[in-house]
Design a protein around this ligand. Sequence first.
Ligand code: ADP
Length: 337
Amino acid sequence: MAQPATEQPPADLQVPDNAIEVRGLTKVYGGRKARGSKPALDNVDLDVPQGALFALLGPNGAGKSTLINILAGLVVKTAGSARVWNIDIDADPRGARAAIGVVPQELNIDSYFTPREYMEMQAGLYGVPVRERRTMEILDMVGLTEKADSYGRTLSGGMRRRLLIAKAMVHDPPILVLDEPTAGVDIALREQLWENVRALNRRGVTILLTTHYLEEAEELCDRIAIINHGRVVACDSRDAMLHRLDSKTMDVTVSGAIGDIPDPLRRYKTDCPAPNRLRIHYQSGRTRAGEILDAIARSGLDIVDLRTEEADLAAIFRQLTRGDGGTARQPHEDEYR
Ligand code: ADP
């Protein structure tokens, strides 16, 4: 989308506690008249703290893009309010837009422009004065220094994504929004992209990203909101989210074949994935690991290896999206890598 000239973040704005504040945000595509339509966003409240690396996690169709597109001024909300860097999107849409750099999902890059030319064009669109442009500094930040003068067509998928991140940063926004940043990027490049995003965050940029990859939210983000059917069903720090489930698994390998689950272990949820292995599921808040070890000893089993696993986001997600009236499309396991 062509941006009007002279869009730059107001330099005199104080740093707010929350980079983004959303209240009662609702979107019904087709407008208010679209009666009976399910809202794409349903009365969403959300705070993204300044300096956060924040994931908006949810399955396809959950409403993630709708939310960020409203913040970026690309979709008109039906109801509610939103503040971006303390600027109300209704009162000052240009100011709010200037505080955000948006990295879109698609990887459209014109083959005949070089990254340096791309950056200069974008800086021009945003009215960044030539002396204030930081083209090479930003390209360097995303690891594209050596490709600055290569044609777009020679850039790999990962490089294109990084160029789009650089492009979103030309007007020096305090908030960077990434829509599914690693969709279509292979696993090797994903780590590299994550490192670029972390580096920007370390420089003080608040990051809001949408993802349907649990791993991405878990590895990269310090705060996570889970969105499902247009509603925020959980929002917490990553660690608190992981503690929430308080579910652990003890994986025990013993020296011989186990046969039936021994009596002392029957009071725990135990399965036997291999003849000499036991998996015992327990809640660390209720059951001590030592108690389980005692039960294994009383069963006459000889432990040769043991490890415990914490709950992961996949389990939390399943718990949070369970039982919403049967209308929910339950996410398929494969969607959450
Ligand atoms: P996500 O980004 O989580 O995949 P979206 O925000 O794209 O979800 O979509 C949320 C819901 O809104 C979906 O049901 C989707 O079909 C619907 N939707 C998204 N964009 C439009 C549009 N332009 N017109 C009508 N419905 C839309």
